[in-house]
Design a protein around this ligand. Sequence first.
Ligand code: GLV
Ligand code: GLV
Length: 321
Amino acid sequence: ARFQVYVTRSDMPECGIDLLKKECNVKTWKDASPVPREEFLKSIAGVDAIYCSLSDKIDEEVLDAAGPQLKVIGTISVGYDHIDLKECRKRGVKIGYTPNVLTDATAELTMALLLTTSRRLPEAQQDAKTGGWVSWAPKYMTGPGLNGATVGMVGYGRIGQAVARRVKSFNTAKILYFSRSERIEALEVGAIKVSFDELLKESDFVIVCAPLVPETKELFNKSAFEKMKRSAVFVNTSRGGLLDQDALIYALENNIIWGAGLDVTTPEPLPLDSPLFKLKNCVVLPHIGSATIGTRNTMSELTAANILAALHNAEMPAELK
Ligand code: GLV
Ligand code: GLV
């Protein structure tokens, strides 16, 4: 019998879905929106594999609803905080994810967000469009620059290092990083390992590239923002859960830090009435870190390749262990 695979949305890049269809019966949620939970639970009964995204919570209830024949979860993401790893391991369900292939795209977006925030691009464009551009003015739309700055990387894995390499080309004075693990690549850009508090105190830009795990949950709380420079720019392209969002709102409203650029929020999508949307010193993007056309296609192919390998008991190209 052919393998049964469930895909949680209708608009996953075709190149990956086509790979699956060669060997599997593929059942897909009918819309280009996350599958509603009830529908998801009903639809996965008896499947061998689930192709999901970070919008789909994979927990005990899902694993129960699928049944004991379920072999693999393939998520089209590098993040895995939406998956109950312990429960998957307990049941021998393998997990495929998409590291490496999105590193450069996410690092690019991180640079874009950093510059967009520090140089106030959305505010400046809005002003130009609505008559605020009266004349050249010496203090108009000024913000902090990267040249000569100290940049602090919180999380120094693949993406953090790729950001650091790009940051360095902007003539920064110093790159600091805080990480729970020692990394040889730190030497490449001369990044200096420091404590979390030291990073907060010293950095002109604080960039978050750490995964959301129990140890990093709400790492940025009220006291963390208070330790940062008043002139600091905070950028998060990892997960909203790394910070206490209310503490960030307080810090932005009271100029405890200078500004923030967020590609990730709590919850997602961020409700339209969120104070973050009203703050001039905050740029919010709708979780588009890996969103280059090529990267999303490669992510879809890798997700399919992970699933197919697991179904054939072969080594998966990117298994989360
Ligand atoms: C995106 O946030 C990802 O985890 O791939
Ligand atoms: C995160 O997992 C990364 O690739 O840095």
